[in-house]
Design a binder for this molecule. Structure first.
Ligand code: BGC
Length: 764
């Protein structure tokens, strides 16, 4: 046995003793953990300590700018704390073996991955998932992702991404849960719990990473990586809740964002990372940077690599993803007094704690099982759940004359650039996806109808006429351009359309049309697709538009001309079957928007929980001189937050409050009747909003404060209750104190953020 493995065994033995004495809960015995880490750190050289802070790029890397380099050698020298985005147990096992057997102290590595919405069983993109408002199902999606990722050796996911976004130009709207902090917080909690389970004890519970801290979803102009600047009151009231919820749910790690906050990049922002996250919120996990976020601070203009690395460490950043700033410069900074040993040790300790809590000192191979890799990934059960969840995420925007659901009969044309592509089904940031295993929409529709109907297909158009734009929007093996001319594609589509009874038009974005570095300055349907749609409508055949998108897109023209429109986002590995389930009525659609859908580019950012201003419009449809509005557009979005149709209809009535006065330690129950007045048994997402009528600061016109997904049979009525306690009435005032201010509150309930009934009560 080599010297290093003897030392490792000693460390492991000590860890085992520590575990044994803290029983089942590996993270429970802080004093045992501390003793173990004290002992280990006592034996670490400075180089080995800095190694723990280092998360270099790996060979399989799919993102960013850095080149990978001889990871194995670095690992054997103890220069690496973890690696990420490596797919496959064999490779992971080999690297872990090098860490454990060949490095001097045998400290195990963390294996991270962007498991954002599933592993090989891919769930809908997070924005889609949020439209289910089904936190139980979302937690389940994270649980399944954890089971599959851990079966492939991954113990750490860079998820949940909880950045609030009000600007649909930003491509990464796709990765978050939309514009609302209350819903965002609920989803953040659900996902952290889904990934981590109760205590990270099992080998299918993996560490979550809440990202991107903070405010990454509010870049100027919707341009990715751009400057963010907002008041602290807005941060605390409108953007921070999902991060805080993730911290409170016990997420093991946080990731810094690329942007500046108050002029200081998040990665070097001590106020953000230490004062707020650690001190105010009491969170004690470790902080990793985003990809090269440290070295990017050179471009931000904060100094050379040594300077920015020292700034990051002092701000509270613990682990450096890819920039090689910590590993490369902190020793020099220590010599020169730019940082001190206490700061380095604090960071090292947090990373070792994470490894300890994951149980890696006890068993570095805990997550490594060739057997599980064969049995636990992309299983029929997981796929079934993914299919079911996906059906909850589609948002029916319009359904004139109840065109949907379609009959499984006659001749059905499936036409459009998204109709027959496999690679574009899972959506952006699906690192582990195995697209070759997934169905195209055309296949899904064919399988759904079997021999009861004939299904025909034509591509109809490219994604856009602009080949360069199309190349930008179809990277990472998702290329889909057809070399035929627009006229040829159209002619083929029209002949298919004319011979059919109904047309399913599969249009919109490709996977990479949204996502990281895919901001768009125009989010309407691309030119060629619009021309195709117009031509299909001109045939006089009924047209159902399925809008694939990673963000809200502008559908103003479409909503006027197309009889039925359903937004299907990117539904994941089972999207094709799930879409067919809903299109043919085997499942009734129930998704509701979590981001407002703008009418036009000019009104972005458009969001429902805005302030009233001193000059609100009396009615939104017309222009009103000297009132806050546009001369050429209503203020309201085309489809509001919370909106989504069903195949049935729901009538809301009798919103009542259990009292008209409430004390600070009391509560009020709001009840609303919801009647399923249509023909289908169906789920409805009932929403509760509150407005603080008078405050010491201006307050939003409404804020989501409750939601319930209820199943109501056709013809039946459900009474849906919400309990309102003082916590729901609190906000951060001008002094950033979290307070509920006495006075009048309006309570509103309804099917979306616009069609609401209202009652009031007074907080004493
Ligand atoms: C993204 C992160 C991601 C990281 C690692 C970055 O480019 O911003 O969300 O976790 O890469 O792949």
């Amino acid at each position: 046995m080599k010297l290093k493995s003897i030392i490792y065994s000693a460390a492991a033995a000590l860890a085992l003793t520590a575990m044994a004495s803290c029983g089942q809960k590996q993270s429970g015995g802080d004093s045992e953990m501390n003793a173990f880490i004290d002992e280990l750190m006592g034996r670490m050289t400075l180089e080995e300590k800095l190694g723990q802070l280092n998360l270099p790029a790996s060979d399989d890397i799919v993102t960013g700018q850095a080149q990978s380099s001889n990871i194995g050698t670095m690992v054997s020298k103890g220069q690496v704390g973890g690696v990420f985005n490596i797919k496959g147990v064999a490779k992971i096992k080999e690297l872990q073996r090098i860490a454990v057997e060949e490095s001097r102290l045998g400290i195990p590595l963390l294996f991270g991955m962007d498991v954002i919405h599933g592993y090989e069983t891919v769930f809908p993109i997070p924005l889609g998932l949020s439209c289910s408002w089904d936190t139980t199902a979302i937690e389940r999606s994270a649980r399944i992702a954890a089971i599959e990722a851990s079966a492939a050796g991954i113990c750490w996911t860079f998820s949940p991404m909880v950045d609030i976004c009000r600007d649909a130009r930003w491509g990464r709207a796709s990765e978050g849960s939309g514009e609302d902090p209350f819903l965002g917080a609920a989803i953040s909690r659900a996902m952290v719990h889904g990934y981590q389970g109760d205590n990270l004890e099992r080998n299918d519970e993996i560490m979550a990473c809440v990202k991107h801290f903070a405010l990454y979803g509010a870049p100027d102009g919707g341009r990715d990586y751009n400057t963010v600047d907002m008041s602290r009151q807005r941060m605390f009231n409108e953007y921070f809740a999902p991060y805080k919820a993730g911290a409170e749910a016990g997420a093991g790690s946080f990731m810094t964002s690329f942007n500046t906050i108050d002029g200081v990049p998040a990665t070097a922002n001590r106020w953000l990372l230490t004062d707020v996250l650690r001190d105010q919120w009491g969170w004690n996990g470790f902080i990793v940077t985003d990809y090269t976020a440290i070295s990017e601070m050179i471009e931000h203009g904060l100094g050379d690599l040594q300077t920015v690395s020292a700034l990051a460490l002092k701000a509270g950043t613990d682990m450096d993803m890819v920039a090689d700033g910590f590993n490369g410069t902190l020793a020099k900074s220590l010599d020169e007094g730019l940082v001190d040993m206490g700061q380095i040790d604090a960071a090292v300790r947090r990373i070792l704690e994470a490894k300890y809590k994951l149980g890696l000192f006890k068993d570095p191979y805990k997550y490594i099982s060739e057997e599980r890799e064969k049995t636990d990934i992309y299983t029929p059960e997981h796929r079934l759940e993914a299919r079911k969840i996906a059906t909850e995420t589609f948002v029916l925007l319009k359904n004139e004359g109840n065109l949907l659901p379609l009959q499984k009969s006659g001749r059905i044309a499936v036409i459009g650039p998204l109709a027959n592509t496999r690679a574009n089904m899972p959506g952006t940031w699906s690192v582990a996806a195995a697209a070759e295993k997934y169905k195209t929409l055309y296949e899904g529709v064919r399988d759904a109808v079997g021999d009861r109907a004939t299904v025909v297909y034509a591509k109809g158009s490219n994604l856009t006429a602009d080949a360069e734009l199309e190349a930008n929007a179809t990277m990472f093996g998702r290329e889909m351009r057809d070399e035929r001319s627009e006229q040829q594609l159209l002619a083929e589509a029209l002949s298919v359309a004319r011979s059919s009874d109904v047309i399913i038009a599969a249009l919109g974005e490709s996977s990479e049309f949204s996502g990281e570095s895919s901001s768009r300055s125009d989010i309407s349907l691309p030119d060629t697709q619009r021309r195709l749609l117009e031509a299909l409508l001109a045939t006089g055949k009924p047209v159902v538009m399925l809008n694939f998108s990673g963000r809200p897109t502008i559908l103003s023209w479409e909503s006027e001309h197309v009889p039925a429109i359903m937004n299907v986002w990117f539904g994941g590995s089972e999207a094709a079957d799930a879409i067919a389930d809903v299109v043919f009525g085997d499942v009734v659609p129930s998704g509701k928007l979590t981001m407002s859908m703008p009418r036009n580019m000019g009104q972005i950012p458009v969001y429902y929980n805005h302030f009233n201003t001193g000059r609100p419009k009396q009615q939104d449809v017309k222009f009103e001189k000297f009132r806050s509005g546009y001369i050429d557009s209503p203020n309201s979005p085309l489809y509001p937050f919370g909106y989504g149709l069903s195949y049935t209809t729901f009538d809301y009535s009798d919103l009542t409050l259990s009292a008209t006065e409430m004390t600070a330690d009391g509560s009020i129950r709001a009840s609303v009747k919801v009647t399923n007045s249509g023909k289908y048994d169906a789920d409805e997402i009932v929403q509760l909003y509150i407005r603080d009528m008078v405050g010491t600061s201006a307050r939003p016109v409404k804020e989501l404060k409750g939601f319930k997904r209820v199943h109501i049979k056709a013809g039946e009525t459900a009474v849906v209750d919400f309990d309102i306690t003082v916590d729901l009435l609190k906000y951060y005032n001008f002094e950033l104190e979290y307070v509920a201010e006495p006075g009048e509150f309006a309570v509103m309930a309804g099917p979306d953020s616009e069609r609401l009934q209202s009652q009031t009560f007074t907080l004493k």
